[in-house]
Design a protein around this ligand. Structure first.
Ligand code: MTE
Ligand code: MO
Length: 319
């Protein structure tokens, strides 16, 4: 069942209809969101989930060959569906991704609950070929499609106390079988400092390989923070919270000695259990791991664009 959701179609278990209606009425004018409650022809309709996504390739794209799509959609980390790399492709189809509500709260002037199709404006979509470098020392090159996060966040008008943003993944045990076990402290949460969230490299992805995201890759919307380890790129987001203090994140909570808040790709700071100096390129070679290893780059290759955000910081301590 594929259809474009309207805000008034959000089901009761996702949000309180009255509250949603009121929140929307308060913010529609100021945010300029397209919505059935106001007559607006000014904003293009969001792309239907069954249609191909069209977007211009961004200057941030790398020129490395893309990982075969089949691998990128069958070798995944998405613990809400199980801890095995093959679990998400097997079980994530159970997640219902339309309609989909995102709640925005905390230190911002425009908060409330929104439909994903109102937050993602088709004219803002870009294709960005990014390498996703997992902390488990493997990487993939994926043509993502999404909107720079800064464009989305700016519309909520974060106030002067907003120094961080926290993101939260959907927690729905009925649809996410992996959450029936306390592998992580559900829901999965992640966070960024405000300057990281507003950096032009940070992408809110809704698609890959010219199509909408498959569920196992984080449908309907997930973060991509290409200079940080893959676990910062939180999937299937339902909450965005602006905070004054550094928010917690799931992997740090589960093993604070192994995972920190910053999690910048750094070949010189090893994980307590494995080296970060090199990485295995998924789909990058046929014979042995000798042929598909590459040296891990500082900030995953984006040092020029992001290093100044960490000037003077001890990256061994703030790992
Ligand atoms: N909600 C949620 N987001 C998540 C994860 C997860 O388990 N749950 N895994 C992270 C990890 S460890 C990685 S490496 C990437 C993997 O993204 P991909 O499957 O699209 O390659 O997603 C990240 N986002
Ligand atoms: Mo990861």
């Amino acid at each position: 069942m594929i259809r474009v959701s309207k805000p008034w179609e959000l089901s009761e278990n996702q949000c309180t209809p009255e509250k949603l209606y009121l929140d929307r009425r308060q913010i529609i004018g100021s945010l300029g969101l397209s919505c059935g409650l106001v007559a607006s022809g000014a904003i293009a309709k969001p792309p239907a989930p069954d249609l191909p996504l069209v977007a211009k390739t961004s200057k941030w794209s790398i020129s490395d060959p893309a990982t075969p799509e089949k691998l990128a959609t069958s070798y995944n980390n998405f613990y809400e569906f199980g801890t095995d790399k093959s679990d998400p492709a097997k079980y994530a189809h159970a997640l219902i991704t339309r309609p989909w509500a995102i709640t925005v709260e905390g230190e911002a002037d425009k908060t409330g609950t929104f439909s994903v199709d109102d937050l993602i404006r088709p004219d803002e979509l870009e294709e960005r070929i990014y390498r996703l470098r997992c902390v488990e020392a493997w990487s993939m090159v994926i043509p993502w499609i999404g909107v720079p996060l800064r464009k989305i966040l700016a519309r909520f008008e974060p106030n002067s106390k907003a120094r961080y943003v926290q993101f939260e993944t959907r927690f729905e045990p009925e649809q996410m079988r992996g959450t029936r076990w306390p592998v992580l402290d559900w829901p999965y949460v992640e966070g960024l400092r405000m300057d990281e969230a507003m950096h032009d490299l940070t992408l809110m992805a809704v698609g890959m390989y010219g199509r909408h995201l498959p569920n196992q890759n984080g449908a309907p919307l997930r973060l991509i923070v290409p200079w940080k380890y893959g676990f910062k790129s939180i999937k299937s987001i339902v909450k965005i919270r602006f905070t004054a203090n550094e928010p917690t994140n799931s992997w740090k909570k589960s093993a604070p000695r192994e995972y920190g808040f910053y999690s910048n790709v750094n070949p010189k700071v090893d994980h307590p259990r494995w080296s970060q100096a090199t990485e295995r390129v998924i789909g990058g070679g046929s014979f042995s791991s000798l042929f598909n290893r590459r040296d891990t780059e500082m900030f995953n290759g984006y040092g020029e664009a992001v290093a100044q955000m960490y000037a003077g910081m001890n990256l061994k301590k703030n790992f």
